[in-house]
Design a binder for this molecule. Sequence first.
Ligand SMILES: *[C@@H]1O[C@H](CO)[C@@H](O)[C@H](O)[C@H]1NC(C)=O
Length: 343
Amino acid sequence: MGRIELTRILFFLLIIALNRLMPCYAFEAISSVVSVIGAATVSMVALGWNAAKCRMYECCDVRWIESNFTGLNNDLGDRLHGQHLVKETVLKTLKGHLRYKNSGKALVMSFHGWTGSGKNYASHMIAENLYKNGLKSKFVHVFVSTRDFMFEDRVDQYKADLQERIQKAIKECPRSLFIFDEIDKMPEGVIDALKPFIDHNPSFDDLDYTRAIYILLSNTGGKEITKVAFEFWLEGKDRNELSLKDIEPLINKGAFNEKGGLSKSDIIQKNLIDIYVPFLPLEKKHVTLCVEDDLRNKGYSPKDFIVQQVAGQLEYYPSEFQLFSTTGCKRVSSKVNLMIDDD
Ligand SMILES: *[C@@H]1O[C@H](CO)[C@@H](O)[C@H](O)[C@H]1NC(C)=O
């Protein structure tokens, strides 16, 4: 900066000197050259400042927004247990959406399954691999129905607030991620606030709404998915052979939208949800893997007797088969803490 100041002073002195020595017309020519140089200097300083700022603070650019499909593939494969359908569908869908700039529509994925089957976990993995700051990114917006949309009689207020927030978010960064947790506990009607933003070719203002990603999480369909997985198991088939085709009848029957936020909503009627992602109920062997992960995360090497003990403390159903964990991997971390404290 010092050098720029010095240059300016020198220019100034030069102009004064020239003014004295030269006739008027020559001075004007030089003066306009000088002002062009001055303006260029100012805009270069501004550019430099922006670049420096975005190096330190989160901006809506490639430095802060990434598409780490390798990382996401690894996370979904190594850390999300027992969910081969999720890995297959989510990765492909995200790739398709992010590779093409002109998708014409925002991406909407609806995650369904029993408590603890990993819906939240998977959506966090997506945030971590699409944004450098992960869940803490200011371009990732998380809504929880039991916290943000508690009252049945405030639907209109919620809708207005939500639309304002989405518009503001997209203005700041078109590649924003919105996660709606516990959609089944959201008052009916609120979710329709999303409709204008997730519809095909939205054009009510000049913002680009088509690059955003919406993830809706709900427990609805969990019971039906479990039934399919259980029948599969009864027939002696490998769970990993279960395909989306086996789940499709549930989607067509509307089992995923039976109650709460999605039922009777416009976004369902208009087919604005791009993909339904089923999360299967977790078996004891998957819970065991969650216990091992949790111990490792807390700096312990997983000892078999501890792992078995924690997994054994959870409830399984149907009771005569003791097959699926009623709470998936949800209670694992707190159970592990108790064990560690006891030691
Ligand atoms: C993508 O994720 C992998 C695995 O987590 C990581 O090793 C790699 O550094 C990431 N790449 C980028 C560009 O952040």
